[in-house]
Design a protein around this ligand. Structure first.
Ligand code: SF4
Ligand code: SF4
Length: 398
């Protein structure tokens, strides 16, 4: 694959600092200042600016469940920005309704109220806008959350997690949260192929162009992510002006190759990251941070994705791998309470609730894994065939 490297530049350096836990706002501030000073990350922020921090508030989950950006870090960044004279707004569109009642519940459970004591205002504008984006590769028009229009600068503050469809959720994927909650599943239907979905995510990053991306990888999530996995101590913060360069470093920490991650591959093909990891300008050491035992959500998908490409043999190999190793959502019946969240969110209308249990119509399922992502009881899992497990047994699958 050829990379023309038209966009990646040394100013897209990445900074990493080790952080052991979320002790208190003061320590988090010190760590963030060290992290951001290395890349002059706050140079673009001026007094009087309205800065929107686009956090990851995917669901009403407590901070120690490791699905959302930790409130101690958001409080610390809010203090730093308000001390610089900026007005700070924290927002996101969780999965589900994009209404005041629904999002305020998410604020309460995720600990966001704490950030208000440190200068932040939680977004209370739940309007929606439409954008035309003819320059987009995959995405030419879309709906987005209106509060972003009032931002002079957007800071993308993500959480590092495994992800059912994209393998990893980090900086670039976090910008999918600009799409209003209930319309998100439509995008899976519009872009059922992983490559197209990934290009759509890259387009969103191009359109909103966050001035800075920061990753909460102090405690991330492994396993059945991005909401039903297990907290995993990762021990660091990562930052860059480029979400894709940041993702490249996060992928290195988790042990992914670029080819295994559709969004990173899409960014590479568009020249937004260099070919080799060594070409990234990195401040800080990864020596103590590389994980050898990170549990992926679904390793088969990675194999299937890496089977795509040009050439008859490669395409055939991709198809055969895809057929043999096909993953699908699978219900743990005893955990299902028949709440219907999955049926409501399923973009393909492939789920019905029968006798208080979810039933999936396999012919309709497009394997977007929204049901797995948003089931409040973690009853939907990503099922791998026995052969898929054999293929991936060298990596953690126990
Ligand atoms: S969202 Fe989960 S618990 Fe609710 S019906 Fe679907 S599978 Fe069952
Ligand atoms: S059943 Fe689940 S994976 Fe299949 S299309 Fe519906 S939400 Fe997506």
């Amino acid at each position: 694959m050829e990379n023309t490297s038209k966009y990646y530049s040394p100013s897209d350096a990445v900074s990493v600092v080790p952080v052991g836990d979320y002790t208190d706002v003061g320590s988090a501030k010190t760590a963030l200042i060290k992290l951001l000073s290395a890349i002059n990350g706050l140079d673009v922020i001026k007094s009087g600016m309205r800065v929107v921090i686009k956090a990851n508030l995917v669901s009403a989950m407590k901070p120690d469940e490791a699905a959302t950006t930790h409130p101690v870090l958001l409080s610390a960044l809010s203090e730093i920005l308000t001390e610089m004279g900026a007005e700070v707004v924290i927002g996101d569109s969780p999965g589900g309704l994009y209404t005041s009642a629904f999002v305020n519940r998410v604020y309460n459970v995720t600990g966001m109220r704490e950030t208000e004591k440190h200068g932040a205002r939680l977004n209370d504008d739940f309007s929606q806008c439409e954008a035309e984006f003819p320059e987009g590769k995959a995405l030419h028009s879309f709906k987005y959350t209106g509060y972003l229009d009032k931002a002079d600068a957007i800071i993308n503050f993500c959480k590092l997690k495994s992800h059912g469809m994209m393998g990893m959720s980090c900086a670039a994927k976090n910008m999918f949260g600009v799409v209003p909650g209930v319309t998100k599943p439509e995008y899976h239907f519009r872009f059922p192929k992983y490559e197209d979905f990934a290009d759509m995510i890259v387009d969103l990053n191009e359109y909103f162009h966050p001035v800075l991306s920061i990753c909460d990888a102090v405690v991330g999530m492994e396993g059945n992510g991005p909401t039903a996995g297990t907290p995993k101590k990762m021990g660091c913060l990562i930052a860059s002006r480029s979400p894709h360069a940041l993702d490249m470093v996060a992928a290195k920490i988790l042990g992914f190759e670029r080819e295994e991650l559709p969004i990173l591959s899409a960014a590479y093909l568009r020249g937004m990251i260099p070919e080799r990891f060594e070409e990234i300008t990195l401040y800080g050491s990864l020596d103590e941070l590389l994980l050898s035992d990170f549990e992926r959500v679904v390793e088969r998908k990675s194999l299937e994705f890496s089977g795509n490409g040009k050439g008859v043999i490669k395409k055939l190999r991709g198809k055969i791998l895809g057929a043999i190793l096909k993953t699908k959502p699978a219900l743990k019946k005893d955990m299902c309470v028949g709440c219907g969240v999955c049926a409501n969110i399923c973009p393909a209308k492939a789920i019905k609730i029968v006798k208080k249990k979810a039933i999936i119509d396999r012919k309709l399922c497009i394997r977007c894994f929204c049901c797995q992502e948003f089931c409040p009881k973690s009853a939907m899992k990503v099922h791998r065939t026995p052969i898929a497990k054999l293929f991936t047994s060298s990596k953690k699958d126990k």
